[in-house]
Design a protein around this ligand. Structure first.
Ligand code: AMP
Length: 305
């Protein structure tokens, strides 16, 4: 029942209106694996770091039952670094720098016992690397793929090839508009689903997420929060909660997919409460369940009294 996750492991420098942090743990695969680890164990991680990647981060991932056999540590190389700055409107983020470092020559090699994974999460990295990972999995049954504006801008054709092979494609509202050149999200969603993925999730930052399937649109709220410290990784934590829950339950019915969206939103809400990965490092089953139920409270109503 193990889950395969590929993506970046990073040292992030993040500036928000409230604080600033350097070389904090980040990366798409890091957030996805941590969020998924509360539902599925072990999480099989594939990625690369340099020899400067702190041992304490490795230990923390291992404590969460994340199997690092597929993690390449390149001697003498530096870890991928990303810098971002948030505006007062925390939905707006500028990328200050992206240093590929160890990712420059990364060739993902999937360990033998990871190849049989049925559930796969392709976290945000170069779509060619995501494709190389997928090519090595012997019989993938449920593939979730995330991306970002960078790859839509510079590798659109590769990304379009990849999404033909995935079941669920996750992106945010501005990325959906960028990919389709269509300003209306409902029309954009239709166009993206015609490109391949039967399930599409469009994240809308602090306004929740939209799930599009064959015959339904499901609108999930975001958890109303008075204090958001650092939105970094919210999208990845969403993806981790979503696929972690589906991998645990192995139920792809429409209702369970909706529940998975709410578990994704739950993990994203914990993520943004603290800097870096701190918000999803020490959660209990009870805390996750309580917040999951809160989502029901804030979005259900009676048709009449
Ligand atoms: P999110 O806030 O969910 O979009 O994800 C933020 C994480 O994505 C940060 O921890 C970054 O290290 C990572 N990231 C940013 N740019 C890239 C990129 N080009 N490739 C892979 N990961 C990235």
């Amino acid at each position: 029942m193990s889950l395969l996750v590929v993506g970046s492991l990073a040292l992030d420098s993040v500036e928000t209106p409230f604080d600033k942090i350097d070389d904090a743990l980040g990366g798409s695969a890091t957030y996805i694996s941590l969020a998924a680890s509360y539902f599925s164990a072990p999480v099989n991680l594939v990625g690369v770091v340099g020899s400067d990647f702190p041992k304490t981060y490795i230990e923390m991932l291992v404590e969460h039952n994340i199997d690092l056999e597929g993690l390449q540590i390149i001697e003498g190389e530096k870890t991928f670094r990303w810098g971002g700055k948030y505006h007062y409107d925390l939905n707006i983020r500028d990328t200050l720098f992206t240093e590929l470092n160890a990712f420059q020559n990364f060739n993902p090699i999937i360990p033998e016992n990871f190849k049989k994974s049925r559930y796969v999460c392709l976290g945000n990295i170069d779509p060619n690397l995501q494709m190389r990972v997928l090519d090595q999995v012997s019989d993938p049954q449920f593939v979730v793929c995330d991306t970002m504006n960078l790859w839509i801008n510079i590798m659109k054709q590769d990304l379009l090839k990849l999404i033909k092979r995935v079941n669920v494609f996750i992106l945010n509202d501005s990325e959906a508009r960028l990919l389709t050149e269509e300003p209306n999200l409902i029309k954009a969603a239709k166009l993206i689903r015609e490109m391949g993925p039967e399930i599409l999730i469009i994240k809308k930052g602090e306004h929740g997420a939209l799930l599009f399937t064959n015959d339904t649109i499901f609108s999930a709220p975001a958890y109303p929060m008075e204090m958001i410290f650092d939105p970094t990784g919210a999208g990845d934590s969403f993806a981790g909660g979503f696929i972690g829950y589906l991998n645990q339950t192995r139920d792809l019915s429409p209702e369970n997919i909706k529940r998975a969206v709410i578990y994704g939103s739950t993990m994203a809400s914990f993520c943004v409460e603290k800097f870096s990965t701190k918000g999803i490092e020490q959660l209990s089953y009870l805390q996750i369940q309580d917040r999951f139920r809160e989502f029901k409270k804030i979005s259900s109503f009676n048709e009449s009294d």
